[in-house]
Design a protein around this ligand. Structure first.
Ligand SMILES: C[S@@+](CC[C@H](N)C(=O)[O-])C[C@H]1O[C@@H](n2cnc3c(N)ncnc32)[C@H](O)[C@@H]1O
Length: 296
């Protein structure tokens, strides 16, 4: 490629501007490995993430760095670090209240009618980023199941492709201003202050949430089966439209009868599945897997 290195403001060499051909192959690499697609208008995001990582590792040449990423185990380790810089991790506690109300008020009462009193609820948060969504589900299930007598156990599995985001999620430690996102009614039982400027999710809830690095493209190969609730919001929007249906078919296979798949409103259009029916009103986008009786 013959790109000359420039000197960055921090004194080290900085990668030069990226031409369109070079951009196209980084887009292809990211899409092949994660499903995330980067349209031309998002080029600055990709380039700045890539440059940040290249500066950290002392690389100044896109082509050489690209070759190294393809180089066996070493490349795989470096890819695991880079992918965090190329993906968006914005997230919040209680991000989409209508979806949470749907789970609490409509789905859980229906689901309970069809299962034994001691059957646990197993939820999955797909693309959980730094954990806020997974802990939100834990807070919600913990409270709802306690109010219903407290006999039923629950567990939340939370997955993401970014190891760095998952480390933050496992630590469950958040800056104090983020507390505003958690409704008052949940705070006393869900969090504990840490110093003057942080809070942590309490151990009782942390113990119910397990984090794993799983690529959504390979989710059906992971040991995830018989799920009651799959929560997948603000992830598929980064994927090419033509790929979303195929991924949803895969997630649908992981659901138990009467299990619920919750997406973000507007994230998918025109998708349907022979064993799933639309569930809930227009403020939400959710699909219920038919019960055993209906399937028979
Ligand atoms: C914008 S965040 C959404 C977080 C959370 N679901 C929410 O709605 O608040 C998108 C997350 O999807 C993850 N992601 C992107 N591609 C993925 C893939 N192929 N497999 C698993 N996670 C992926 C990113 O790492 C990022 O943490």
């Amino acid at each position: 490629m013959g790109m000359a290195a420039k000197t960055s403001s921090r004194g080290g060499a900085a990668p030069p501007p990226m031409d369109d051909l070079e951009f196209a192959r980084w887009v292809r690499l990211l899409e092949t490995r994660t499903g995330v697609t980067v349209p031309p208008e998002r080029k600055p995001f990709l380039v700045s993430g890539l440059r940040r990582r290249m500066r950290e590792t002392g690389h100044t040449d896109y082509a050489r760095y690209y070759e190294e990423l393809l180089d066996g185990a070493r490349g795989a380790v470096e890819w695991a670090a880079l992918v965090d810089h190329l993906t968006v991790h914005e997230t919040h506690f209680f991000r989409h209240p209508p979806s949470l109300d749907l789970i609490r008020k409509e789905w859980l009462p229906l689901w309970e009618q069809g299962v034994a009193a001691d059957q646990p609820v197993h939820a999955l948060s797909v693309g959980c980023a730094t954990g806020e969504e997974a802990y939100t589900l834990a807070m919600l299930l913990d409270r709802e199941l306690t109010e219903r007598g407290g006999f039923r156990r629950y567990g939340v599995t939370a997955t993401d492709v970014s190891q760095a985001a998952l480390s933050v999620a496992r630590a469950a430690l958040y800056p104090l201003p983020r507390l505003e996102e958690i409704p008052l009614a949940y705070r006393a039982e869900a969090i504990e202050p840490v110093g003057d400027d942080q809070f942590r999710i309490v151990e009782r809830l942390r113990k119910r949430v397990g984090f794993a690095c799983v690529n959504l493209l390979h989710a059906t190969r992971a040991p995830l089966r018989q799920l009651d609730l799959i929560y997948c919001q603000n992830v598929l929007i980064y994927f090419a439209r033509e790929r979303r249906g195929e991924l949803l078919d895969g997630l649908a296979r992981l659901l138990r009868p009467n299990g619920l798949l919750v997406l973000g409103p507007g994230e998918v259009t025109g998708w349907s599945h022979p064993q799933l029916t639309r569930f809930g009103g227009r403020q939400t986008l959710a699909f219920l897997r038919q019960s055993k009786e209906t399937q028979a």
